[in-house]
Design a binder for this molecule. Structure first.
Ligand code: BG6
Length: 505
């Protein structure tokens, strides 16, 4: 397709300025700057655009641009930076130092914005990106309103002001509600964008097509045919430079409450009435509502938390979690979480959902495993010839795709059965260069499309379950450990073995 044709297919955002809070943080360096760069490269940006990084560090524009350029080089997946594209982007980047607690930085931000609006002809349109800890959300909103950087809802305006909030939204149900009350009181819902970047992953969007556009799977997608579902997000990376943030969050808040629960909702939901975001969200919320409440005792029995110690991972000897910069040496924050949940509705009664995520594990893999029930134990079973239950493996990363495992006869006189595989490889069918999740989401926020953002009710419902697990572990003084580079703690295996099952490796 010619470049011009391609550009026409992408909805071009209107003129706008982005203000990033947490502009020197890990997210900006690892994900956001490469998303902006790729949008610029792929002609998805409006001509009239500017970006202001707002953070505590006293940097000049030049120093900030260098920091971003270095980050782009370090974290962009095998991408050679096109310096002409970078120049186009960097000529629109500015830095503004400020403290979230102090009015001064916000007062000067207002004046700076007015100046840049004239320079870049951005017509007053703004996107405020809260790429910072959720404990800062209310402080920033207060300053934005008090210093008239943003307009409170109900006031007439002929420009837009949108807000993007990073996950985790709050650190439990109570704190999330406090933030949401403030946000909803001050701004219109259509201007509020709550991020979970997993929603923009191709395979997550593909889940609905797989389930509801194929006659093959949906009739089997229930407790009559499915034995268990496993949702796995193993990471090889440790906590890197995010020790300070992570030690206050842990795997439950960082991955489970949002990414894993989103995957669970898409896997378990009923078909929506149509593809409108609200119809889809309604079905997802019903899943959350049907997850069985757990008493403290049940939640403890059905979950495992653990922390990694020193070990050989990803080709190198790695420090233990408590030795990482920014982490309390006596920390009892979990770097691994596994849990067994039950959904009590007609479709899923009796089917356990096992969720698991951890840092510094043996390999990076994010996948959903649908384990079908065994075929009736007749005919071939008598001979003990190695029959396995069918498994549908939905891989999000690193090798995006879907595999269906089934039994076939091995050639020869003997009746031997072996495992065969029908495989869909995303990269083989499409190009390896599909857009990254953050690129999709920032572009959607720029054009005002909320389809791939989470709703407050999903966040709320998900905290309800997550809180039950954190409550069950609150009195624990020492966490179980696992060595970096392994498959996680033995207790996670035991959680499965108790049910006569095992994790799908
Ligand atoms: C982020 C978490 O939301 O997701 C990180 O804060 C985690 O700790 C990351 O590494 C994983 O994202 P992905 O897209 O690599 O699976």
């Amino acid at each position: 397709m010619k470049k011009q044709q391609q550009e026409q297919l992408i909805l071009k955002p209107e003129a706008q300025i982005h203000i990033i809070f947490g502009a020197t943080g890990d997210l900006m360096q690892r994900k956001l700057i490469s998303a902006y760069y790729r949008m610029m490269k792929e002609h998805m940006m409006p001509k009239n655009f500017a970006l202001i990084g707002f953070s505590r560090r006293p940097l000049t524009d030049k120093e900030y641009k260098k920091l971003l350029h270095d980050a782009l080089q370090q974290y962009s997946r095998n991408m050679k930076i096109d310096e002409r594209v970078w120049q186009r982007l960097s000529s629109r980047i500015y830095y503004h130092p400020g403290n979230f607690n102090e009015a001064a930085g916000f007062r000067t931000l207002r004046r700076f914005l007015a100046k840049l609006e004239k320079r870049h002809h951005t017509k007053g349109n703004k996107v405020f990106y809260f790429a910072t800890l959720s404990k800062n959300f209310n402080k920033i909103i207060k300053q934005l309103l008090a210093n008239k950087v943003i307009t409170r809802k109900g006031n007439e305006k002929d420009y837009f002001e949108r807000l993007i909030f990073e996950k985790p939204f709050g650190h439990d149900l109570h704190s999330a509600r406090l933030i949401n009350q403030k946000v909803e009181a001050a701004f219109d819902e259509h201007d509020i964008f709550r991020i979970d970047h997993y929603l923009a992953k191709e395979t997550v969007q593909n889940l609905m097509v797989l389930r509801f556009a194929n006659a093959l799977f949906e009739p089997l997608w229930n407790h009559k045919y499915i034995d268990n579902v496993q949702i796995i997000a193993d990471e090889v990376l440790g906590v890197g430079s995010r020790g300070g943030y992570y030690d206050n969050a842990g795997a439950l808040e960082d991955m489970f409450q949002n990414h894993l629960m989103q995957l669970l909702m898409f896997t378990a939901m009923e078909p929506p009435a149509d593809l409108k975001p609200t119809s889809i969200a309604n079905e997802k919320i019903k899943v959350l509502q049907s997850i069985k409440d757990m008493s403290t005792q049940q939640a403890r029995l059905n979950s495992v938390k653990a922390q990694y110690t020193k070990g050989f991972a990803n080709g190198k000897m790695r420090k233990g979690y408590t030795e990482v910069n920014g982490v309390d040496p006596d920390s009892i924050t979990e770097t691994f979480i596994a849990a067994r949940l039950e959904i009590s509705n007609w479709r899923w009664a009796g089917v356990p959902f096992y969720l698991r995520s951890g840092k510094r594990l043996a390999k990076k893999t994010t996948k959903i495993i649908v384990y079908f029930k065994e075929a009736p134990r007749i005919l071939f079973y008598e001979k003990q010839v190695g029959i396995h239950p069918n498994v549908l493996e939905i891989r999000l990363q690193p090798d995006e795709g879907i595999s269906l495992h089934f039994n076939i006869k091995k050639p020869g006189k003997e009746m031997h059965v072996v495992d065969a595989n029908m495989d869909f490889c995303h990269e083989c069918l499409f190009s390896p260069n599909t857009a990254e999740a953050y690129q999709v989401l920032i572009h959607d926020a720029m054009v005002g499309d909320k389809t791939l953002f989470t709703t407050w009710r999903e966040i709320e419902g998900s905290w309800r379950i997550t809180d039950q697990i954190s409550h069950a572990w609150r009195k624990v003084k020492r966490l179980p450990k696992y060595r970096a580079g392994t498959h996680g703690p033995k207790l996670a295996e035991e959680l499965m073995e108790r049910d006569g099952r095992h994790w799908y490796i």
